[in-house]
Design a protein around this ligand. Structure first.
Ligand code: KG4
Ligand code: ZN
Length: 344
């Protein structure tokens, strides 16, 4: 099956073409990436977050430009896949309208895709091969808009265990970065400062809270942590060492909360596998602590290559390969954007 996939849910425009062989989940399933293009928008750095009207305009500009680069790969196209939610609705619509146009031009059907299912499947792909996880699996999805723990008992069988009650993990990274005068997106900048604090063994005088960590549920809360950082900054005029201290303690606090509850979910549900997806899963410290925790309890962990953890069309193409295998095509006229779309 040859699939063109389109991703425009936030501030990255992605277009890619893959060719799949075999049945999804079967050992003979394989996937060739013919082309994978990504255009990250830079205009948002100055706003400290995504500015929807700017993002929408940039998608409108990038889509036809990227499409010209993938056109030569579209011979014998079978389907067009497009992210329909969750995300920023005006941005999602840009991708959807574009998908409808291309599907009509090539006379193929459309596969409407859930963005988070893309993040969930991406870690299973490594250099041309797709691994089938052993079930039950626990899935930790951590991005700019979402922080979710999901129980996955089979392909496509999802059960929410918990989610953030306020800010998403990535959002907290971005907001704290802004407090420290670091550019957007802030995650990688915080991670860099935190790493410096660790390697240079900068003394740690700050202790931040681990909200909800010991509560007997699988929910998260990062708004209080962010406020604690703000209070600290207000009380201590920031010197250079302090930025590193704050970054490190903040990163530790977020990791502790995520790892603690993920580990508890793995144990409670007797999981065989841990899948970690979303932009925040690029975080080195978190990757190490999650890997260590998985090893300790004998669970196989799937993390994506950090370059693929953020938004891209490849993950949408994989979700489309899965949904296409189940013939979950939709009539073009019925496809709408759903900014708050649920996975289950
Ligand atoms: O999945 P993603 O690309 O977009 C959404 O679907 O939201 O995630 C973006 C988020 C941003 O909040 C960004 O700061 C965060 O991922 N991020 C990181 C790192 N790299 C990206 N957070 C912590 N550490 C990183 N290394
Ligand atoms: Zn995303």
């Amino acid at each position: 099956m040859k699939i063109l996939a389109i991703e425009t849910s936030a501030d990255d425009t992605g277009l890619c073409v893959i060719e799949t062989n075999g049945v999804w989940g079967a050992p003979n399933f394989s996937c060739t990436v013919l082309v994978d293009l990504r255009a990250a928008q830079t205009a948002h750095a100055a706003y400290g977050g995504i500015f929807p009207t700017v993002a929408k305009r940039e998608h409108a500009e990038a889509l036809p430009r990227l499409f010209e680069e993938v056109r030569s790969f579209l011979e014998n196209l079978d389907a067009v896949a497009v992210t329909v939610g969750p995300g920023i609705e005006p941005c999602l619509w840009q991708g959807i309208e574009f998908a409808k146009k291309i599907a009509a031009e090539y006379r193929v059907s459309i596969l409407p895709i859930h963005h988070m299912e893309g993040h969930l499947l991406m870690p299973l792909y490594h250099e041309g091969t797709f691994s089938a996880p052993r079930f039950p699996a626990i899935v930790l999805l951590i991005s700019g808009g979402h922080t979710e723990l999901i129980l996955m008992r089979a392909w496509g069988a999802y059960e929410y265990l918990g989610r953030t009650r306020d800010d998403a993990a990535g959002e907290a990274f971005d907001k704290v970065a802004r407090m420290l005068s670091l550019p957007y997106p802030g995650g990688p900048h915080i991670a860099r400062l935190a790493e410096k604090a660790r390697t240079e063994k900068i003394s740690q005088s700050l202790v931040l809270p681990r909200p909800m960590m010991h509560e007997k549920n699988y929910d998260f809360s990062f708004a209080g942590l962010k406020t604690a950082v703000l209070r600290y900054i207000e009380a201590h005029p920031l010197q250079s060492l302090d930025r590193e201290r704050v970054a490190r303690e903040f990163e530790d606090a977020v990791s502790d909360c995520l790892v603690y509850k993920t580990r508890r979910a793995l144990e409670e549900y007797g999981a065989e596998t841990l899948i970690v997806g979303g932009g925040v899963s690029a975080n080195t410290h978190l990757r190490c602590t999650l890997t260590e925790a998985s090893k300790k309890i004998g669970v196989e962990i799937f993390l994506c290559n950090p370059k693929d953890s953020g938004d891209n069309a490849l993950m949408i193409a994989f979700a489309a390969a899965f949904r296409g295998g189940r013939h979950e095509y939709a009539d073009a006229s019925s496809i709408v954007a759903n900014g708050k779309m649920k996975l289950c």
